[in-house]
Design a protein around this ligand. Structure first.
Ligand code: NDP
Length: 268
């Protein structure tokens, strides 16, 4: 039996253990998935300790995805391209840092019939998740990254290149009209905060993507679903698809998507 860990802070309400443990059971694999709350100053030691035979690897979540880049022995191309690690795979005594968030994001968009080709996209937030989304948005006409820390948005845009432009949060709030696709890559909504209270959309964009994975709908998702003609992707859809890819990286087996979806608290 081997274990895959979720390392983050906080992790208590994570929906990932239910999905992965259901998948292990469905395929008759003697493994388990366990969430561990790890404060930033302990991350190095905890990652070091993954180099043992009874470990499959780990998922890395908020706020450790960028710090994890420096703690692994090698990086898969996707993690290097995105600049963040959300999955560690143990290969013998070496740890490989990978990233499945971009894949999860792309699959979730495709499942909702959202095509970003030639579209104007606004990404809110400039952390690890925003980096993964931006890396998957290369076909857009323009990708505005709005963050309250402009330096962080500028660094993301510089690493990504065209068509990504940084914008201060306050300016983005005033100029959000004309956007085709809105992506919330901040945690706003996790505790019921209404992101739209801050923005001035006369009409919602044609597509709204909220990464925040919650048991009940975030206010943004609820309002977008109530609106006419808005395609909506919620955080559970991306969570499902990124998890499926991590599962395959650890086990070499195709993930049982229907089983994992059924382990989530509501349909996606
Ligand atoms: P990070 O901490 O790396 O980045 C968070 C970003 O949000 C930062 O730019 C931060 O700004 C910004 N932010 C936080 N609070 C506010 C606020 N009140 N107002 C404006 N900006 C704010 O986190 P991640 O990128 O890893 O994760 C972001 C969200 O995406 C989380 O909710 C996470 O759960 C979700 N996520 C979901 C996934 C899924 O599969 N559904 C996968 C990955 C992430 P600042 O730098 O100023 O703090």
């Amino acid at each position: 039996m081997a274990t895959a860990y979720l390392l983050g802070h906080p992790v208590a309400h994570s929906l990932s253990p239910a999905m992965h443990n259901a998948a292990f059971m469905a395929l008759g694999l003697p493994h388990r998935y366990e969430a561990r709350d790890v404060e930033p100053h302990r991350l190095g030691d905890v990652v070091d300790a993954l180099r043992t035979d009874d470990v499959l690897g780990a998922n890395i979540t908020i706020p450790h995805k960028e710090a994890a880049l420096r703690l692994v022995d090698e990086l898969a191309d996707e993690a290097r391209r995105i600049g963040a690690v959300n999955t560690i795979v143990r290969r013998s005594s070496r740890l490989v840092g990978d990233n499945t968030d971009g894949y999860g994001f792309s699959r979730a968009l495709a499942a909702a019939g959202i095509d970003v080709q030639g579209k104007d996209v606004m990404v809110l937030g400039a952390g690890g998740a925003a980096r993964a989304c931006v890396a998957a948005l290369g076909a857009a006409r323009i990708v505005v990254v709005a963050a309250r820390d402009l330096d962080r948005a500028a660094a993301l845009a510089a690493a990504a290149g065209d068509p990504v432009v940084p914008r201060p949060w306050a300016t983005a709030r005033r100029t959000s009209a004309g956007i085709d696709v809105l992506v919330n890559a901040t945690p706003i909504g996790l505790h019921g905060e209404d992101l739209l209270a801050d923005f001035s959309f006369e009409k919602l964009p044609r597509a709204v993507v909220d990464l925040v994975p919650t048991r009940t709908e975030t206010p943004l998702v609820r309002r977008a679903r109530e609106a006419q003609d808005v395609r909506v992707v919620d955080g559970l859809s991306m969570l499902l698809h990124q998890a499926a890819r991590s599962f395959t990286l650890w086990t070499g087996r195709e993930a049982p998507l229907a089983v994992m979806r059924a382990a989530l608290p509501r349909p996606t």
